[in-house]
Design a protein around this ligand. Structure first.
Ligand code: ADP
Ligand code: GLC
Length: 490
């Protein structure tokens, strides 16, 4: 796996959860999985006992030779993780940018370097993988390098590539005249069926054009991005339709478990839900809210990003002030969204609490202490937060899109099926109605308990998706073998 994020070392969003968890399940099936990451400054070398490997390697970025070292440790004691260390690119405070939410100006250079360095690292450690699994735009160039600059490199003749789209709205699109030479590709490869994308050089397009297999993180999103949600990539994806897999993410239930979660004031489970009330009290106290069991507490843990539906959330909060509710929001990112939310906190201090940082313990306390969880995303490739909230018996209120549509179904009062509250048109009124709907259900203890129970019983464990991953890896290996034979014959 080559990725820009991975728990527990570095996390901005769900990409990190996936890359830190999927390998554990593959390992359980007997596969030799290894992970390559950038060595960002926040990754604590002492805490993770990083050892330095005896190589001093270089790659060319533009005209410059950039040197790097590899540091290593084990995830879960048995999965090797390799960190690419280069002071210039990764020894900074942020991951993708600084606190203002603006990305670093040299991100294209950083991830060109990282992609090249990952390829050299694999060779240095003499690990010849069957599959290099690349995640998101940061690693989109790797499949392209393997089929162009490294086409004659025997080391990779039996290595296939998979490119996974975690979010099609981040593509890494840059002007071609400077990016192409910086990345070291030839103008021959700058064609519409290869690297070129509407007159730009696009990292994601490189991954989509050259990877043996393409995947994304839910079946519904896989369909959506071949149509209106494709962000320009729909045609590229349609032409590779047969190679596109949509596999739902799982969550790590050993970590996201209210029964043994030590971030909580009290532990609970589906069969012993009484202590959830203590978690709610604790959260109300922490937010300086009145402590009252009857108040409907709504939580939200999210990147502050337009994707997540904050325009609807900000509007809805004003419209539901007449209800006996309290809302607690934790997030970071876009500063306009942050300021909009802070203003609401200022207007309604008894009902709105906003926390504007990345805070792992508080996120657990919100998942546990809230009654319902807001996730009205405009689009959602998979979404993990709604699945986590199910595990904590906290009812997700979601828009029916992408992975949200694949994991949450609307509760029906008639036959008491469904594990959440779902609206299916991205509109303010629909969203407000669904909050009121959830609020009314909460007033009926019998129905609410049934709904909570349905949430607890929902299971999105990796065990379910792992077979589909193995099938995808096998398909990738077969495709690569066929490709190599074809090249040799040519
Ligand atoms: P995305 O990857 O688009 O951000 P997901 O729902 O897949 O959305 O994953 C989000 C993950 O990031 C969840 O594990 C969520 O708990 C976590 N998260 C998001 N924002 C914060 C924050 N401010 N503090 C702690 N955890 C956060
Ligand atoms: C992205 C998506 C999110 C998905 C996560 C992990 O950040 O926005 O929906 O769950 O990646 O695949």
């Amino acid at each position: 796996m080559v990725s820009s994020e991975c728990v527990p070392y570095v996390k901005v969003g769900g990409l990190a959860d996936v890359v830190g968890t999927l390998p554990k399940y593959l390992k359980k099936q007997g596969h030799d999985v290894r992970i390559i990451l950038p060595k960002y400054r926040i990754i604590d070398g002492v805490k993770y006992n990083l050892k330095i490997l005896p190589y001093r390697l270089t790659v060319k970025v533009g005209k410059e030779q950039e040197s790097f070292r590899i540091k290593t440790c084990f995830l879960d004691d048995n999965i090797p993780v390799y960190f690419i260390e280069n002071m210039r690119y990764f020894n900074r405070l942020g991951i993708y940018g600084d606190d203002s939410g603006i990305g670093y100006g040299d991100n294209r250079e950083r991830y060109i370097f990282f992609s090249k360095a990952a390829i050299e690292a694999v060779k240095a450690i003499m690990f010849r993988p069957d599959v290099i699994h690349c995640h998101d735009w940061h690693t989109g160039l790797i499949p392209a390098y393997l089929k162009t600059t490294h086409a004659d490199d025997g080391f990779f003749w039996n290595t296939s590539t998979i490119y996974t789209i975690h979010n099609i709205s981040y593509q890494g699109s840059f002007e071609a005249p400077t990016t192409l030479p910086m990345a070291g590709f030839s103008w021959e490869d700058y064609k519409s069926d290869k690297l070129e994308f509407y007159n730009t050089f696009n990292f994601m397009k490189a991954g989509l054009a050259y990877a043996d297999i393409i995947s994304t993180v839910s079946p519904t999103y896989a369909k959506e991005i071949q149509g209106v949600a494709g962000n320009g990539m729909e045609v590229v994806l349609q032409t590779r339709k047969k190679d596109v897999f949509g596999i739902l993410n799982g969550v790590d239930y050993s970590y996201w478990n209210p029964e043994n979660d030590n971030n909580l004031i009290a532990n609970y489970s589906a069969s012993n839900v009484e202590n959830k009330k203590l978690c709610k009290k604790y959260l109300q106290g922490k937010c300086d809210f009145a402590i009252d069991e009857k108040t409907f507490v709504i939580g939200c843990v999210s990147r502050f990003d337009e994707q997540k539906g904050f325009d609807l959330i900000i509007d809805a909060i004003k419209k539901i002030q007449h209800l006996n509710i309290q809302i607690v929001i934790l997030g970071s990112g876009n500063t306009t969204i942050r300021d909009g939310l802070l203003y609401l906190k200022h207007l309604y201090p008894q009902k709105v609490s906003v926390w504007t940082n990345y805070n792992e313990p508080l996120s657990h306390q919100i998942y546990a202490g809230a009654d319902a969880f807001l996730m009205p995303s405009k689009f959602e490739p998979c979404g993990l937060s709604q699945i986590i909230s199910l595990a904590y018996g906290t009812i997700p209120i979601v828009n029916k899109t992408g992975g949200l549509a694949d994991t949450i179904s609307n509760f029906s009062k008639d036959n008491t099926s469904g594990n959440g509250v779902v609206f299916d048109l991205y509109k303010g009124e629909q969203f407000v109605d669904s909050i009121i709907n959830a609020y009314n259900l909460y007033q009926n203890k019998l129905l609410w308990n049934k709904l909570m129970n349905n949430a607890f019983l929902s299971n999105y464990s990796w065990d379910k998706s792992i077979k589909q991953y193995e099938n995808m890896y096998n398909t990738a290996v077969e495709k690569r073998t066929a490709y190599t034979i074809y090249q040799i014959q040519k």
